[in-house]
Design a protein around this ligand. Structure first.
Ligand SMILES: [Zn+2]
Length: 316
């Protein structure tokens, strides 16, 4: 059984926020001496879990200096507004392009209802509390946050969305990747390397940007990848190769549609592409697309929207 609070190394705790199921979405607590930051918050219902993580570490709520979210999708940032109310000393670190979405989350909430369907939205994401803009800081590319001599560097990483950054931690030489470096679930381990698939969620996914971002992150040669869904993973350059090859396949599939792709057909095609990769690396269980149904559906939706945007651009 996976534990909800998994101590790793370098003062990092992986918190399983149990969004939709255990082992699917993480938030991270970084402790350095008596100071701490959260990276990712999970969706709104995660707040009590995040506070429990502090209590278990014997950390006062005042010890938290920062809450960092890689981007504003609600499974990463939905709890930010509510969490800040409990953390009087914390700033929220957020990409500049994401601020308006968390200060007034109504559009984000509406968009998520459409993407996930109203029932699943209510059962899992739950909503979002507005963030106080006075507490937001928007780091630029390469900007750093000092946590008692430990440096966290923000890296602008468009592709999954326009408001996405990753964070490089100097102490672990680990990269908190959000959704920029794909999705990888531990139940599919055991092949020649971990199964990793891109996260091409609506509505700002851009295949060219994502391929450039994956290459840029690989060039940093981190030791660890802390994927929100669902690290940690030791870095292996082959993972970047795998993502790039799949993204090239996604692009070819989308290019085959002379108009906006139908999502059901595209979902099946993406499942086929995933199955090929699954078999190539020898995941030691039969491929069942239902086990990746939510990700494949989101990926197809995001890819379809990207293709539609491309077609509009090409039409001038
Ligand atoms: Zn996500």
């Amino acid at each position: 059984m996976s534990s909800r609070f998994q101590p790793l190394h370098a003062g990092i705790t992986r918190i399983d926020v149990e969004y939709t199921r255990p082992g699917f979405a993480a938030a991270w607590l970084l402790r350095h001496g008596d100071r701490a930051v959260f990276i990712e918050t999970g969706p709104l219902p995660s707040v009590p879990i995040l506070l429990e993580a502090l209590d278990r570490q014997g950390l006062a709520r005042e010890a938290v200096e920062g809450v960092i979210v890689t981007h504003v999708h609600l499974d990463h940032a939905g709890a930010a507004g509510e969490l800040l109310r409990h953390l009087p000393g914390a700033r929220l670190y957020l990409h500049a392009q994401g601020v308006k979405h968390l200060v007034d989350p109504s559009r984000l909430v509406e968009g998520a209802r459409v993407v996930y369907g109203p029932e699943q939205f209510l059962a899992t994401l739950g909503g979002a509390t507005p963030v106080d803009p006075a507490r937001v800081h928007t780091p630029g590319d390469g900007e750093t946050l000092d946590l008692g001599g430990r440096t966290l560097t923000f890296i602008d990483t468009p592709g999954h969305s326009l408001n996405h950054f990753c964070i490089l931690d100097s102490l672990s030489n680990g990269l908190f990747t959000g959704d920029a470096f794909g999705l990888s679930y531990r139940e599919f381990d055991g092949g020649s390397r971990p199964l990793i698939i891109p996260a091409t969620t609506p509505t700002q996914f851009d295949v060219t940007q994502m391929r450039a971002t994956v290459a840029r992150l690989a060039r940093l040669k981190p030791d660890w990848l802390y994927l929100t869904h669902f690290g940690p993973l030791p870095f292996d350059p082959l993972l970047a190769t795998d993502l790039d090859a799949q993204l090239a396949g996604y692009q070819r599939l989308a290019d085959g549609y002379p108009e906006k792709p139908d999502v059901a057909g595209l979902t099946d095609a993406l499942a086929g592409l995933t199955r090929d990769h699954w078999q190539a690396i020898g995941v030691p269980r039969p491929f069942d697309p239902r086990e990746l149904a939510m990700d494949l559906d989101l990926n197809a939706q995001g890819l379809a929207i990207w293709r539609e945007r491309e077609l509009r651009r090409l039409a001038g």
